[in-house]
Design a protein around this ligand. Sequence first.
Ligand SMILES: [Fe+2]
Ligand SMILES: [Fe+2]
Length: 472
Amino acid sequence: MSDVINDDKIPNNVDLSSDKKLQRALVEWQPKYLAWWREMGPEGFQAHDVFLRTAISVDNAGWAHFDYVKMPDYRWGIFLADPIADRRIGFGDNFGKPVWTEVPGEHRNTLRRLIVTQGDTEPASVEQQRALGHSCPSLYDLRNLFQINVEEGRHLWAMAYLLHSHFGRDGREEAEALLDRRSGDADRPRILGAFNEPCTDWLSLFMFTFFTDRDGKFQLLALAESGFDPLARTTRFMLTEEAHHMFVGETGVGRIVRRTAELMKENDDVRRVGGIDLPTMQKYLNLWYSVSLDLFGSEISSNAASFFADGLKGRAREPSFEDHLALDGFYSLEVPGKGGTVTEEVPLRNAMNEVLRDAYVEDCQRGVDKWNEILKRAGIGDRLKLPSRHFHRRIGAYANAFCDPEGRVVSPADFERRRDEWLPSAADQAYVKSLMTKPVFAPNQMANWISPPAHGIKGYPVDFEYVRGCEG
Ligand SMILES: [Fe+2]
Ligand SMILES: [Fe+2]
């Protein structure tokens, strides 16, 4: 078990103090990070005491410490999962060879790009969510939002560490650029589409943490297989924290579903009693699912093929596959074609994005099933549903096609005409926002549109004061 060195400035388990040059570079990056956090982190809550979990080691039993902390004082640290002795590359043309502890020259640019792309999503989501504190449904939820935000900040640290420690000057420049781009900015946007979408209400936040953080989970699972061992070890530990983000999304939507089911019994028109009706929820689901599907990239991708061939990015849970070379297999892909869709046989390596997307879709379906179970138990006949993965895509084979949520190709005019039935309309968004004009700060209160959670945090009750200093 690697020890944690509580370096005065930067907690870490990578023996940072033994590498003075690297330590100096990171100590120099730290105030820039903090300046970014103060400018773009949660707006209006920097001086509050928040009951947060902080990673203090990678030990399964006791990796996290819970206490009140003001967010700018959060101990963002660098933690890599312990190395696995004699670890071998698990897939691709380098299958069976020892993993790399240094960046192989021929893969330097590609690895840097992979790390930057992952790293860019972390601060982006903090930026997207920065104003949400002012409309929180409860202190419990407010704390969960901030927990996610500080951990996305730590994930940025994880990627910045890799850039600083393995990519020399370009790495340092990329680490600075991670702090310069801004979600939704016209001139210097974040790299990936979903991370430039506004996330300004709590229904969007829960959909985001369910669907978009889950893309993160699968990207991390694929990178955790990487032959570049520091990347594999970093992402393995990030997955531990990521699980909580998806828990917030899954239970958040689930609690809205539960509350809506209750309100449906009071009134046929849920909006009249201040709830979020299921059709509106379905439209938000359609939006966040489709923009998150895009994050996996094109269905047919020579980049994905070379990431796999070179041993840089594998499949989620690569050991569960039998054939780690993927040289002879084909993937049957439905692409737009004459009169609808046609099936194309794609060499498996070129379909790796789609293979990862399959695993993602399956995981999303499990969550949707749980939400539907809540409806079923409440005696409600309506169900939520994942739309076709061809619906509302901007990347890949369907980027220029127009499909309805069932996946049927429709004309552009039809799509436009029916858009408001399928995606949140301006009126839907205004309605959802109208429910969230004020924060709920009293510890024993919950906004009307959402049910309380089943449990509080770390054994504390639901009405515990998870964020102090909100009232008065
Ligand atoms: Fe993250
Ligand atoms: Fe996350």
